[in-house]
Design a protein. Sequence first.
Length: 359
Amino acid sequence: MTESVYIHIPFCRQKCRYCSFVSFARPELIENYLDALAKEIKHFYKDEKLKTLYLGGGTPSILDVKQIEKILGVLNFDSQTEATMELNPEHLTTEYLKQIRSLGINRLSIGCQSFDEKILETIGRKHTPEDVENTVEFAFDAGFGNVSLDFIYGLPNQTIESFASDLEHAKALGVQHISLYGLKIEEGCYFYNHPPDNIADDDLQADMYLKAIKILSDFDHYEISNFAKEGFYSRHNLNYWNNEHYYGFGTAAHGYENNTRYSNQTNLKDYISNPLKKFEHYVLPQEQLEEEIFLGFRRKTGINFNFLNKKFNINFEKKYSKILDKYIRTGHIEKTDCGCKLTVDGILVSNMILSEFLE
């Protein structure tokens, strides 16, 4: 049974300069897109009672309340469902947030990225630091008790001190969850062809990350990029990291059902013309094991040997003894009561470590 849904809303007022996600400044196509989205959901969704629901983007908050209601109206969820919606902190009001809360949205993820006005301008964000402050206040006024802020570190002209100030500012706003992402300039974004000056190298990004861990010590560092107050882990993202199944609806969305991963068309007009077309890939047992390892090491709790031994009929410690011994000896992996996990030093070189588990 699949009890989580991700829905991609690929519209933005303007694409940020670091963004390589599938998003479009094409508001005239929103209604046609929503019709196609409803067609896809009705065709594939089996009316399971949902544990988690996530509206991501793009900018879901570009939609008006009736458009959001159109999406949510075909899904089976209630107040026990964690229903998250991503927001950009501009053009929002308490009334808008009250209305989406009345539709069943109960968790907000706000794209802040930085509280430095000059940095925001450099990276192409249209909001101000005050917009973020106001949006958080509006969210609490509207009755939301589960609010997350997203930040990027390693931005142009960003220093450790300014990043630390951002995190202290976020804590002072009283949010329950903070996500941190190191800047990666990938093909498809403005910065790829127009490299900015004064971006952090890998060493500076690592120092920023270590600083964040110290500043957010009163949050639970439950996943490599995520920090939460007790009881406020992202249940939807935990579903990914636990390698559970989920639906993916909308252009460029990915899903995972019956040990098959699939993706939708990335061309917006192609998706609108045929929202039922999917590209599927059956995940072989060894691939499943490697996914479990990759995802497990992202979590604070790490990987559970007994769970993997039973699921894949292996002796995990024997199969990967050389890798485990090597990185336990260097202090990059440490044992737990039921398995092992990455240390902070291990997190900093996690890509290198995880690549050694590939066959």
